[in-house]
Design a protein around this ligand. Structure first.
Ligand code: UD1
Length: 421
């Protein structure tokens, strides 16, 4: 099994190109199921989760055709879609597979999607997705490990109030509502930029949606959706991750294609920690000004708050910052799997419930480590870049799910990093 080997201590310098957002691309790919007309997508990231979602769509009968030769554009044809079961083998590897539920049910009146089951960062149920679909007239049974959803005729518009902010739930329901009968109001909707990108794509396909970017989406169902072409937004989590890489190594990196606009909480926290941040026409430049970084307190929240998907990376940074940082995780239970590995590298971290107190140490030391999810794994890569000596990160498949050529992007900025068998 592949591992990533890092010899830490080099300040990163250069440019890193930020790819398309994985978490925008995943729901947008499933939107192809809603229409008989083709959907062309550009700026897809070349990561394992996108390949897995494309394979799932092909299994459901969607035509998938590469456009151009860089692998980042695809033409999806929902006309041939016929299969309505998303099997366990695919769903268990990628929870986002549950995003086919709303589109399949809305277009075909039925869907069978394997229940995702447990996951390293908590139980992550889909109860809010199901309750909302029931309010829209779906009959839902859970049997043999599958969500079996049916509706006679079309789904009906409804007033949905999510008890908590759910990104995937909002995405599933906004897609389902686009083809429902009448108006659906989604209150307490997620406002994540990835949700907004999906809504823009749906509007391009002919959906009628008001309230874009707010916590109340109003969707008036239409008979059918049409053809569209859509460019996926840059990945704000990839951006934030490489921004931390620049800061944690005392480097100076231009994040090409990145914007400050949808990543304010992360850049503000980095600024407070002592990094210099400048937006240029080409992207965002991140550099560590002088001396040691300073610890910062932060709390994960739904957008526009600090993203849970950047919590582990900031914990790596806090580990070597001056002073203490209190990092509170409010979105997922059990999302501190990186703590024990960071401690093995010399970090001083105490966890109390949903909060971790990180007391910065002058330096970390390299060690063999492993992690159980995508963002935890990347936090260990970041820690390794700043540590003294060699770090070996095991279970690289987690990284490959969401980071494109991570070792090449970092090596191009001078990091001593490679992939070993
Ligand atoms: C998405 C992102 C993930 C990110 C998360 C929060 C994708 C593919 N993944 O995940 O990277 O960390 O948003 O920003 O976009 N919950 C329920 N019942 C439900 C649905 C959710 O209890 O029916 C809970 C979850 O367990 C979690 C919280 O609500 O504690 C938020 O989850 P949600 O926003 O739905 O996350 P995902 O869409 O799974």
């Amino acid at each position: 099994m592949d591992r990533i080997r890092i010899v830490g201590g080099t300040a990163l310098a250069g440019e890193i190109a930020i790819g398309g957002a994985k978490n925008a691309a995943l729901p947008i790919l499933t939107a192809a199921l809603l229409s008989e007309q083709p959907l062309t997508l550009n700026n897809l990231p070349l990561v394992a989760d996108i390949k897995a979602m494309t394979a799932l769509l092909a299994e459901l009968g969607v035509g998938v055709e590469a456009v151009g030769d860089d692998g980042r554009s695809v033409r999806l044809s929902g006309a041939s879609a016929a299969e309505t079961t998303a099997p366990y083998d695919i769903v268990r590897k990628m929870r986002a597979s549950v995003l086919v539920l709303g589109p399949l049910l809305a277009r075909f009146g039925k869907a069978r999607v394997s229940l995702p089951g447990g996951c390293a960062i908590g139980t992550r149920p889909v109860d809010m997705h199901l309750a909302a679909l029931q309010e829209m007239g779906a009959r839902i049974e859970l049997k043999e490990g599958y969500i079996d959803a049916r509706v006679d005729g079309r789904l009906k518009g409804a007033h949905i109030l999510f008890p908590n902010v759910t990104v995937g739930g909002t995405e599933n329901i906004v897609m389902a509502a686009s083809l429902a009968d009448g108006e659906t109001v989604i209150a307490n909707a997620a406002r994540e930029p990835e949700v907004t990108d999906l809504v823009k794509c749906l509007i391009g396909m002919g959906a009628k949606i008001d309230g874009i970017g707010t916590d109340t989406l109003r969707v008036t169902g239409v008979e059918a959706l049409g053809e569209a072409e859509h460019d996926i937004i840059p990945d704000r989590i990839e951006t934030g991750t490489y921004a931390v890489a620049a800061a944690i190594t005392g480097g100076d990196v231009l994040l090409a294609n990145a914007r400050l606009a949808n990543n304010e909480a992360v850049f503000r926290a980095l600024g407070r920690a002592g990094a210099g941040i400048t937006e240029t026409p080409k992207g965002v430049r991140v550099e560590r000004r002088n001396g040691r970084l300073t610890g910062v307190d932060l709390m994960t929240e739904p957008y526009p708050g600090f993203p849970t998907d950047m919590q582990a990376q900031f914990m790596a940074l806090a580990s070597i910052a001056e002073g203490a940082s209190m990092i509170t995780e409010q979105i997922f239970e059990n999302r501190f799997m990186h703590v024990s590995e960071l401690i093995r590298m010399g970090a001083n971290i105490n966890v109390h419930g949903a909060s971790a107190i990180v007391r910065g140490v002058p330096r970390l030391s390299g060690a063999p480590v492993m992690a159980t999810d995508l963002r935890a794994s990347v936090s260990l890569v970041l820690a390794g870049l700043a540590a003294e000596g060699e770090t070996l990160v095991n279970r690289v498949y987690h990284l490959d799910r969401g980071y494109e050529r991570i070792e090449q992007k970092l090596a191009a900025c001078g990091a001593k990093i490679d992939r070993v068998g």
